[in-house]
Design a protein around this ligand. Structure first.
Ligand SMILES: *[C@@H]1O[C@H](CO)[C@@H](O)[C@H](O)[C@H]1NC(C)=O
Ligand SMILES: *[C@@H]1O[C@H](CO)[C@@H](O)[C@H](O)[C@H]1NC(C)=O
Ligand SMILES: *[C@@H]1O[C@H](CO)[C@@H](O)[C@H](O)[C@H]1NC(C)=O
Ligand SMILES: *[C@@H]1O[C@H](CO)[C@@H](O)[C@H](O)[C@H]1NC(C)=O
Ligand SMILES: *[C@@H]1O[C@H](CO)[C@@H](O)[C@H](O)[C@H]1NC(C)=O
Ligand SMILES: *[C@@H]1O[C@H](CO)[C@@H](O)[C@H](O)[C@H]1NC(C)=O
Ligand SMILES: *[C@@H]1O[C@H](CO)[C@@H](O)[C@H](O)[C@H]1NC(C)=O
Ligand SMILES: *[C@@H]1O[C@H](CO)[C@@H](O)[C@H](O)[C@H]1NC(C)=O
Ligand SMILES: *[C@@H]1O[C@H](CO)[C@@H](O)[C@H](O)[C@H]1NC(C)=O
Ligand SMILES: *[C@@H]1O[C@H](CO)[C@@H](O)[C@H](O)[C@H]1NC(C)=O
Length: 577
């Protein structure tokens, strides 16, 4: 184990992006004796004096489990698969105290109060102590961008700006229990609904009173685990951006979101200097946006590479992105021409063989696209340069975001995989330029088998749930839904292929960790009115065992039948496990 972590290709960025020629792995001479995870001079994580790279998984629902045994079993199971990091929600906001289940903070009547009881932060205590026992490191998110509210007034599903809200009135059959979805734990919009004057999402980032109220919550969580070696990082928010379930003002921009990260990162770090702080953004970049933190001169080369001849990390510019795209398009077109030639397709023009060009000009050959043009108000590169942001973070969810221009020469699944690889490489390059680690904190693809459970982050309904009468009945404003659930999503085999290629690309490009979204756990204790629903008899009011963790469309099969958990285990060695 010692040996393989030494051999791990720490700085080897893929030559395909022309970033850095493979650098021989070097150990930092400074041996960190810290019990906490730190970032070494070479811009890589250190844990117990060793370089730390990992495969991880997401389990936002983990602190909602009411049984300590369930929490221990889940983390033990995860650790036994070679997975070293778990990302979870360290927030659980409510506006009324629920009859059953867990909650951490009540936001109501113009004030907040924190629940430190057995169904409150003591659940998070159980997660942290089980993680310490299992040697798992935790990425703890402190709030969420997304919190669309379901309807509670009995009106039929109402589409709102192309989205729809689930009617959770008892008896409508649409009542997914609270906490089933990752976007049902409160978050920024819970503060905005209660405290904002303008009722715009970006008031969360700008109103100092609201910032203080949020920081007050972060203090109570962060101080609790000041000395725990199990915390890898405090993640300020999941997927922060201008717009959310509540729209932003039109003036919200990357400066707004970056400034908020700087303010709150400084605050959290002042309360807890022991642990790293990260942002949790989706990784959107904006080479053409004004910068608050990125220095105009490139960062010095990592000291670990001293004495080695090494080219500087390329700067992320729009010209760089467009050239990469063009070259990749040319490679696939050359491949396609060769195939067509072998199949006897194409034509002779003036004595030269010409393949029929099937491509039409794509606007994204000249536009950077929404992931890179500031559309979402996020510039993850600038955020990465904030002094108290310890490492970069980015996500990969092709069912919900667009990462690049589809190549017309490629089948859809190849575009999905290739754009993911390119996204991973670009984010690795940005991190190398800042000499900080970066982590792919969430990645997932919805399979056909999971499509009925898939609920987009800004929604409370499953748009491809053919067994839901409201969906198959065809509600105006909902996405077009075909008859069978398997009309959406990839096959299990395609999902495994994509995960394998993405994790491999991350390891090769120098990304420090790849955290799959999300873990599926069986054998849990069911309880009515919680997200762990008894699965044998739904009328059973007595807690029973044998229930599964929530599925929002990305759950790996708890039985292992979809191959995801085996795939993750088989790739841990790429990260020096
Ligand atoms: C808020 O205040 C109202 C009026 O005093 C009260 O009825 C309600 O229970 C309070 N809500 C919460 C969640 O405490
Ligand atoms: C901070 O949180 C505590 C505990 O929930 C609460 O009692 C207090 O009122 C909060 N302070 C502010 C300024 O919101
Ligand atoms: C900020 O929020 C506080 C608390 O709700 C409110 O009193 C204040 O008016 C808000 N400030 C602005 C500028 O909207
Ligand atoms: C999220 O949904 C709300 C309400 O349905 C809508 O107003 C908003 O524009 C959506 N935001 C995004 C980013 O899709
Ligand atoms: C961008 O956001 C900042 C901070 O919120 C604001 O001061 C500025 O006016 C905004 N710029 C534009 C062009 O709206
Ligand atoms: C936010 O959403 C509104 C529409 O609701 C849109 O006009 C605006 O461009 C969006 N802004 C950002 C930064 O995404
Ligand atoms: C598409 O992807 C599959 C699986 O990753 C691969 O075998 C195939 O060669 C790719 N096709 C093209 C045209 O790149
Ligand atoms: C799918 O529809 C069925 C039938 O209405 C319902 O029981 C189930 O909860 C729905 N699942 C989701 C994720 O909405
Ligand atoms: C759905 O799951 C079943 C059972 O594991 C599997 O046999 C089947 O191939 C999966 N469907 C697809 C499209 O991958
Ligand atoms: C809370 O749990 C009890 C006991 O299992 C059950 O009878 C009750 O229906 C649950 N409440 C809700 C709102 O689900």
């Amino acid at each position: 184990m010692r040996l393989s972590s030494v051999v791990a290709p720490l700085l080897a960025l893929s030559s395909a992006v022309g970033v850095v020629s493979a650098v021989k792995p070097t150990r930092t001479t400074r041996q960190s004796s810290s019990q906490f995870i730190t970032v070494g001079a070479d811009g890589q994580f250190m844990k117990n004096g060793e370089p730390f790279r990992f495969i991880g998984t997401n389990a936002y629902w983990l602190p909602s489990l009411e049984s300590d045994t369930d929490i221990q079993n889940t983390l033990h199971n995860i650790a036994s698969k070679g997975i070293k990091v778990v990302r979870t929600w360290a927030f659980n906001d409510v506006t009324t105290i629920p009859e059953n289940g867990t909650w951490f903070q009540l936001i109501a009547n113009g004030t907040t109060s924190v629940n430190t009881g057995p169904n409150g932060l003591q659940r998070l205590d159980a997660v942290v102590s089980a993680a310490e026992k299992e040697g798992i490191s935790l990425i703890m998110s402190l709030t969420n961008n997304w919190n669309p509210q379901p309807l509670t007034d009995g009106t039929p599903l109402v589409p709102v700006s192309g989205n729809a809200r689930r009617d959770v009135t008892v008896g409508t059959g649409n009542d997914l229990p609270r906490n089933t979805l990752s976007n049902d734990y409160g978050g920024m919009d819970a503060y905005v609904r209660e405290f904002s004057v303008s009722k715009n999402h970006d008031e969360f980032y700008q109103n100092q009173s609201i910032i203080n109220i949020f920081q007050n919550y972060t203090d109570q969580v962060v101080k609790r685990y000041l000395n725990s070696p199990a915390i890898l990082a405090w993640e300020l928010a999941n997927d922060a951006r201008c717009n959310s379930s509540i729209a932003a003002t039109l003036t919200c921009n990357t400066t707004t979101v970056t400034s908020w990260h700087a303010t709150v990162a400084n605050h959290v770090k002042s309360v807890d200097p022991n642990h790293l702080v990260s942002s949790g953004v989706a990784g959107f970049q904006c080479p053409n946006c004004p910068k608050l933190f990125k220095p105009t001169a490139p960062a010095p080369l990592p000291s670990g590479a001293a004495g080695k001849k090494k080219r500087a990390v390329p700067q992320l510019t729009s010209a760089y992105v467009l050239k990469e795209r063009q070259e990749s398009r040319k490679r696939s077109w050359d491949l396609k021409k060769r195939e067509m030639f072998e199949q006897g397709k194409g034509m002779m023009i003036r004595g030269r063989w010409i393949a029929a060009r099937q491509t039409t000009p794509n606007p994204m050959d000249t536009d950077l696209g929404s992931a890179m043009d500031g559309t979402f108000g996020v510039d993850s590169e600038d955020i990465m340069f904030i002094g108290n942001i310890g490492f970069g973070s980015f996500q990969l969810f092709p069912d919900q975001n667009t990462y690049g221009a589809p190549d017309p020469n490629l089948p859809a699944i190849n575009n999905t995989i290739d754009q993911g690889i390119s996204w991973i490489k670009t984010n690795a390059m940005v991190a190398a330029g800042a000499n900080k680690p970066t982590v792919l904190t969430g990645f997932g693809l919805v399979t056909q088998n999971n499509s009925g459970d898939f609920v987009p982050f800004n929604s409370t309904i499953a748009p491809f749930n053919s067994s839901d009468p409201a969906v198959s009945g065809g509600i105006a404003g909902l996405p077009a839904v075909k008859a069978a659930s398997d009309d959406f999503g990839v096959t299990n085999a395609q999902q495994d292929d994509a995960y394998t290629q993405w994790i491999t690309a991350a390891a090769t490009a120098g990304v420090s960790g790849a955290v799959q979204y999300q873990w599926g756990q069986g054998g849990l204790t069911g309880q009515q009115g919680t997200d762990i629903v008894p699965n044998s008899d739904t009328t059973d009011v007595v807690p029973n065992a044998g229930a599964d963790s929530p599925n929002d469309g990305y759950q790996s099969a708890p039985t292992g039948s979809d191959g995801v958990q085996t795939t993750l285990t088989s790739l841990t060695s790429m990260f020096g496990a």
